[in-house]
Structures are given as structure tokens and as C-alpha cells.
Design a protein around this ligand. Structure first.
Ligand code: PEP
Ligand code: MN
Length: 361
């Protein structure tokens, strides 16, 4: 090699190292700015600031690079810095696997969400009577189901539709679950009800329509009960995780995520089951993930295939609605299974469920 080139290349190597050290120092300072911005709730991208930097850099450009090249080079640096700041924001989220690599387990009585053995959550849409809940709980417990559901406070599209039995329903649900050794999950819709629902329920459900009710999320975050957080009808996966963050940030680390179908243009199903959202939730968060096939599909013939797909994809539980006599149910008549339909459903998913449920039924 020509000795003059060799010598100049050594100079280049030295400058490369100096540039790298300067770029790294710049990145550390920019991250510090990023942390302060996050603390203050400010965004990282500031186009005016970028314009200002490019203006003095081109004004002071000594050459030989033309201004356009200097701009292009620095814009790449700005882009890399922004990506770094955003990455650091993500790393600190409590829901993130980067914050907590191992799976969170939520234990409720005999049921463990996220423990490796998938569960079933089942029960009627709404709690209607003692007889209805007793019959359902007896039937489900006999088949190894450990978590009983039933709404006492119902979020109905019409204000004139059945709104649930309220506290009376909570009492009925609790008693039925206790009689058959089951855990009881029910929805809480109002911050003012968190206390009374916590008194009767093992798990507080935040419904799809309340996923971004931030006051409610904060309130259940302060409650000492696990929270079943349903994904909003039109919520992105990110918004769903942020909703979980509201709960986690209040000190409640017992959050279970539920994908229950999102609203799309499709009309032949009630909603569209977003299985990729559920899988993303398993991969990107450490929280247990449930797929609610009933509200996703809204039709009984799809429940078993969708449940099989969800279980094969690795979710921690499947949620279904079961009613002793769906024809006379006070809500969601068409999508609730009767007992015979539940048995048929169970026989189709049994091999993918926990051993206890697989042996029975
Ligand atoms: C429910 O589970 O009772 C319910 C109303 O579901 P969602 O909030 O998902 O519509
Ligand atoms: Mn329902």
C-alpha cells in the first residue's frame, strides 16, 4: 500500500473514533433531554428545534460537503436520536416484557392465570336470579371450570335495556361461586362501585366500553383485586397496553388482558377476533392474556374453532358465555351457549385445556 494513503487512513481511523465518541456523548445528552420531556409529558419530536440546528449548521458549514449533504447527515443523526428516546420510553413501561421478562401469574383461589395451564372463564352474560347462577355454577364446576363470570352492572347500548341487578347480583354471584368453590369475576362500570364490587368479586372486570375510562382505571389500580381488562371496541393494541399501564402504575400488578374482538366492517360476526393482538400481548407484555370468543364472534358455531386457535397460539384462558336457557336471557341471547352446547364446545377444545378440565366433562 502506498505509504501516503496508509498514513491518511490512520488519520481517518482516528477521526472515526472521535466522531463515534462525540456521537455517543450527543446521544447520552439527548437521552437526558428525552427523560425530562417524558417526565413533563412532552413529546420528543420538535421540528422547530431541528430547523434551528440545521440553519446554523448550514450557515457555519466550512465545506467541502455541500449544505444539502450536511443536512442529510445531521437528519440521520436526529432520526437515530428520536428512535433512541422512544425506545427508552418503551423500556420503562410496567406492562413491557423489557421491564419484566418473566410471565406474571395471577392467582385467584384455585385458578392461576399465566401459570402455563390454560383456564376457562364461563358464565352468563348477566346475573338474573339465584336459580340461574346456581344451576350454571353447579354445571360448570362439575366440568372443571374454576372461574365463574356474570354481570351485575351491565353496560348496555340502550339505556332502556336491562342494566343488571346491581348489588343484589353481586351477592348472588358470590354465593354461587362459593357454593361450588369457584372464583367470581364481574364488571365494575363506575368508580363509585369499585369498593362494593371488590367486596364480592375476586376479579374486577373493566369492560370494553370503559377501557379508556381513566378515572376507573386508576380506581381499580388502587383496589387490591386482580383486574380483567377488556380491549376497547376500537382500541389499538397500544391503547390497550396503555390502559393496562394506568392500572399497573397505581401499584396493582395483577392485570389480565382480554381480547374480545374489535369493530371492523365485517357484519357476519359481531366483532372481529384480533388474534394477532392477543399474540402481540403475549409477546410484548408479561401479563396473562385471555381471548373472549363469545363477544368476538357473537355466534355459537365459531366459538370452538376460535378457542382452539387462541389456545394453540398460547393464550392463558378462553372466555365464554353460558346460560341455562339462552332464549330467555335478558342480554346477549344469541351468543350464549346452553349447557348442551357448552358440553359440545368443551369436547372440541378439551385437548388444549388444562388437565383438570380435560379429564372431566
Ligand atoms: C361482558 O363481558 O359482559 C361484556 C359486556 O363484554 P365487553 O365489555 O367485552 O363488551
Ligand atoms: Mn355479554
Amino acid at each position: 500500500m502506498e505509504p501516503r494513503i496508509l498514513e491518511l487512513r490512520r488519520e481517518i481511523d482516528r477521526i472515526n473514533r472521535e466522531l463515534l465518541a462525540l456521537l455517543s456523548e450527543r446521544a447520552r445528552i439527548a437521552s437526558e433531554i428525552g427523560r425530562i420531556q417524558t417526565e413533563l409529558g412532552l413529546g420528543h419530536y420538535d421540528p422547530e428545534r431541528e430547523e434551528e440546528m440545521l440553519a446554523y449548521l448550514t450557515a457555519e458549514n466550512p465545506g467541502p460537503f455541500p449544505d444539502g449533504t450536511v443536512k442529510k447527515l445531521f437528519k440521520e443523526i436526529f432520526k437515530a436520536t428520536l428512535a433512541l428516546e422512544e425506545q427508552e420510553d418503551k423500556r420503562k413501561f410496567l406492562f413491557s416484557r423489557e421491564t419484566r421478562p418473566e410471565d406474571t401469574r395471577v392467582r385467584v383461589r384455585d385458578a392461576v392465570f399465566g401459570g402455563g395451564a390454560p383456564l376457562l372463564i364461563a358464565g352468563p352474560c348477566a346475573i338474573e336470579s339465584e336459580e340461574q347462577m346456581d344451576a350454571t355454577a353447579a354445571f360448570l364446576a362439575e366440568r372443571g371450570v374454576k372461574v365463574l363470570r356474570g354481570g351485575a352492572f351491565k353496560p348496555r347500548t340502550s339505556p332502556y335495556a336491562f342494566q343488571g341487578l346491581g348489588v343484589e347480583g353481586l351477592k348472588i354471584g358470590r354465593a354461587a361461586a362459593d357454593r361450588y368453590g369457584m372464583a367470581f369475576v364481574t364488571e365494575v362500570m363506575d368508580t363509585r362501585d369499585v369498593e362494593v364490587v371488590s367486596e364480592y368479586a375476586d376479579i374486577l372486570q373493566v369492560g370494553a366500553r370503559n377501557m379508556q375510562n381513566f378515572a376507573l382505571l386508576r380506581e381499580v389500580g388502587a383496589a387490591r383485586r386482580p383486574v380483567l381488562l377488556k380491549r376497547g371496541l376500537s382500541a389499538t393494541v397500544e391503547e390497550w397496553f396503555y390502559a393496562a399501564e394506568y392500572v399497573l402504575s397505581q401499584g396493582n400488578d395483577q392485570v389480565i388482558l382480554v381480547e374480545r374482538g374489535i369493530r371492523t366492517y365485517e357484519k357476519w360476526t359481531r366483532n372481529t377476533l384480533d388474534l394477532s393482538g392477543a399474540v402481540l400481548a403475549k409477546q410484548l407484555t408479561h401479563l396473562p392474556v385471555v381471548v373472549d370468543v363469545t363477544h368476538a364472534a357473537g355466534r355459537i358455531d365459531l366459538l370452538a374453532p376460535l378457542a382452539r386457535a387462541a389456545l394453540a397460539a398460547g393464550v392463558d384462558a378462553v372466555h365464554v358465555e353460558v346460560h341455562p336457557n339462552p332464549k330467555v336471557a335478558m342480554s346477549d341471547n344469541n351468543q350464549q351457549m346452553d349447557f348442551a352446547q357448552f358440553d359440545a364446545f368443551l369436547s372440541q377444545v378439551r385437548d388444549l385445556l388444562e388437565p383438570a378440565a380435560a379429564k372431566r366433562g
